[in-house]
Design a protein around this ligand. Structure first.
Ligand code: ZN
Ligand code: ZN
Length: 332
């Protein structure tokens, strides 16, 4: 197959709203860059003074995103990886995170569960029977809070820090369906292009952000999982194979397969993008009508995030985890 733009050998089939088109290496790279620039413009993700802080797991999506951003934007870019302490997995992916950050000229920081909380994810997993939920639930909460804290620290040092995550079009559409099926509106709102605080989503401009607020932005939101993978491969990047040993996303995997099968069988190549655009339209309408009560504007006494009580749900959960883990470690 030949590239539709230059007639060179094609390496990838990209979806357009009406058909699939074949792209060569050069035009695949261009297509991904174009989609990231479009997302940045469409959702107002980055301003002139913005410092982009990349949440760099060391997986293929975050490495590719870091590459695209560093090649296409003049902004200051820094990256942070969280070492949760998952032996044989995270230490290896951080090796690649470090390697590519250095190669792309991005200043890279690593923060550790063990240092910040006094325990690692391996510790938590070891005594998992003491907890009602699966490890990923705790890991996610603990990681999000550390990154948030770190981002706030960076925001004192650099201008207008925004945290960029490498969520792809597929991740977003899967999450939208999962949260609709579970009737979880709080989580559903995290599927917007800018998140962190529900008031500041689609339709509300970044200039309205409160002081000290760190927006989470998704520059990869219009790039599909497959295209991100192809970008990674044509650039000859490498990282660890496989996923976290604690992962329990059977539900997401089933949904991914079902959605991909539907697109393939029905040839509705614009399906995922349509769902995303539909969701954005609904959400911005919903949020415009959403009145914030003054009681909702309190700040958590521990972490400073918006909360309805004195201490936010995340901090309450973290205190509980800390207590259980410390008691158990003492016993051993
Ligand atoms: Zn081409
Ligand atoms: Zn808190």
């Amino acid at each position: 197959m030949k590239c539709v733009f230059c007639n060179k050998e094609a390496v990838f089939e990209a979806s357009t709203p009406t058909k699939k088109i074949s792209l060569c290496e050069k035009h695949l790279v261009e297509d991904v860059s174009k989609k990231v620039k479009l997302a940045v413009k469409k959702y107002g993700l980055i301003s002139k003074n913005t410092t982009i802080l990349i949440a760099l797991s060391g997986g293929k999506d975050s490495i590719s995103l870091m590459h695209v951003l560093s090649k296409n934007f003049e902004n200051k870019i820094i990256a942070v990886s969280v070492n949760e302490g998952i032996k044989g997995y995270r230490d290896e992916s951080i090796f690649f995170a470090k390697k590519y950050a250095k190669e792309f000229g991005v200043k890279h920081y690593v923060i550790e569960f063990k240092k910040e909380y006094g325990f690692s994810m391996d510790d938590v997993v070891r005594i998992m029977n003491k907890f009602p939920l699966k490890p990923c639930s705790y890991c996610g909460v603990l990681r999000r809070q550390l990154i948030n804290k770190f981002a706030k620290k960076m925001n004192k040092k650099y201008d207008d820090v925004r945290l960029a995550t490498a969520h792809t079009l597929d991740d977003e559409v899967q999450s939208i369906f999962m949260n609709i099926f579970q009737n979880d509106f709080e989580k559903l709102m995290r599927c917007s292009a800018i998140t962190g605080y529900y008031k500041f989503n689609n339709g509300i401009k970044p200039k309205d952000f409160p002081k000290g607020f760190i927006p989470r932005i998704k520059p990869y939101r219009l790039v599909s999982e497959k295209e991100s993978m192809a970008y990674f491969l044509v650039n000859n990047f490498k990282t660890i194979e496989g996923s976290c040993p604690n992962i329990s996303d059977a539900y997401r995997n089933r949904l991914r397969n079902a959605l991909n099968k539907y697109v393939w069988k029905s040839r509705r190549y614009d399906f995922k993008l349509n769902i995303l655009n539909w969701f954005d339209a609904i959400l911005s309408k919903k949020l415009r009508n959403h009145k914030i009560k003054s009681s909702e504007l309190k700040e958590c006494k521990i972490c400073g995030e918006p909360t309805s009580g004195e201490i936010c749900k995340t901090c309450i959960l973290i205190e509980k985890i800390k207590e259980v883990v410390k008691n158990e470690i003492k016993k051993e």
